[in-house]
Design a binder for this molecule. Structure first.
Ligand code: AOF
Ligand code: ZN
Length: 369
């Protein structure tokens, strides 16, 4: 095998490791690291990012090499993100790689964190390490895996993914609101896996009143539950809602009326109330995103009814649609989103298919602008 193929192979292995950090490392990026002996072939250490505040991928891989009694002198480190050069909650990975005598580092993509951003590679080079970038297609995959982290660092807001489930004719429920179940069990479990990777799962008070959801992750094993958030302009969330059942993750309520008796009752149930400005009588979604950014949310997972879904869409805030479509026709029923009538087709909000997969008997469509 040629050296370039070996690089692609090992960086690919590092990327596979990085996927193990999904639902674990947030708000830190999902990063994987593979250490390879000077012969360029033997893998001597593997690691991926742990819980925030815990060790980064490189440190885990170096520890793994130690456990396997392998020398890291002259080794190559394949990392899916430029190693950090800053003192955050943990010391710089660059320093750990230098101290371990690593001769070469191949990174998939630069760290968009302004505290790192190029300085990691520069610091490695200054220490005499050959610091190189891997192949372009792996850069794209490493970036894609951390699309929320890149969004937070580069755009100052979370990546907004809206989950929906509909019939073939685009209905999310019968006219009377009944919606259990349009899609099958496999699609519902898949939806939970997407919840699990989010920093925050959000719905509107309409959904709370109609479905009394828990908004937690149940169908898949996870290391941490995402935060939960409700957009509730007039504070109609009942204090008895299942959201507040013991043992759940924190709940944030975005509201215009944070000082009423209702507010006090909800605070007593453990909710955090976030007063927000109104735009045309509705919570300003830009303020919601700003609050979630301040909480270091990388990926925001929306599961809204048609009114709130329409507001997110018409505000232009939705980066990705995650649409499960069941092979069923419902006739009259509720639409995916309440949208204003168009003056003509040329003004329609157009999406492109990003990924299409069959999940059980349903289709999973991922779309982006
Ligand atoms: C790496 N390897 O595996 C990850 C990195 O507060 P800290 O110390 O955990 O630092 C968090 C920052 O470190 C994070 O914002 C990102 O820039 C970088 N993440 N870096 O070298 C890793 N997860
Ligand atoms: Zn690091």
């Amino acid at each position: 095998m040629h050296a370039a193929d070996l690089d692609a192979l090992h960086l690919g292995q590092a990327l596979a490791l990085a996927r193990h950090a999904i639902g674990l490392s947030e708000p830190n990026p999902r990063v994987g690291c593979v250490l390879v002996a000077p012969d360029g072939r033997q893998v001597i250490g593997e690691g991926f990012t742990q819980q925030a505040g815990g060790p980064h991928a490189e440190v885990m891989a170096l520890r793994d090499a130690q456990t396997r009694a392998q020398s890291t002198r002259g080794a190559t480190a394949y990392v899916t993100l430029e190693p950090c050069a800053h003192h955050g909650r943990t010391p710089p990975c660059c320093d750990a790689l230098v101290a371990a005598g690593v001769a070469r580092v191949v990174a998939a993509v630069g760290d968009p964190n302004p505290l790192v951003n190029g300085q990691g590679m520069a610091r490695l080079a200054a220490a005499g390490i050959r610091a190189e970038w891997g192949p372009a297609e792996l850069a794209e995959q490493a970036r894609e895996l951390n699309i929320g982290f890149f969004s937070r660092m580069q755009r100052g807001r979370p990546w907004v993914r809206m989950k929906m489930a509909s019939s073939l004719d685009g209905r999310t429920a019968l006219a009377d609101g009944r919606s259990q179940w349009i899609t099958g069990a496999a699609a519902r479990a898949d939806g939970h896996a997407w919840r699990a990777r989010a920093g925050v799962v959000l719905c509107g008070v309409g959904t709370v009143l109609a479905d009394d959801p828990r908004l937690d992750v149940r169908e898949v094993a996870i290391a941490r539950q995402p935060l939960r958030a409700i957009v509730d302009t007039r504070l109609q969330t009942p204090p008895q809602a299942r959201l507040f059942a013991a043992g759940g993750s924190p709940v944030r309520l975005y509201t215009a009326s944070a000082d009423s008796a209702a507010a006090q009752a909800l605070r007593e149930r453990g909710a955090t109330l976030v007063p927000c400005p109104l735009v045309d009588g509705r919570i300003d979604l830009a303020a919601v995103l700003a609050d979630l950014h301040a909480l270091a949310c990388n990926e925001l997972h929306l599961e809204c009814g048609p009114t709130l879904a329409g507001a997110w869409l018409q505000g232009g805030w939705v980066d990705e649609l995650l649409l499960y479509q069941a092979p069923v026709l419902l006739g009259p029923g509720r639409p995916l989103a309440q949208l204003a009538a168009l003056p003509g087709l040329d003004t329609a909000m157009r999406w492109r298919f990003h990924e299409l997969t069959r999940v059980g008997d349903d289709l999973r469509l991922r779309l982006r602008r």
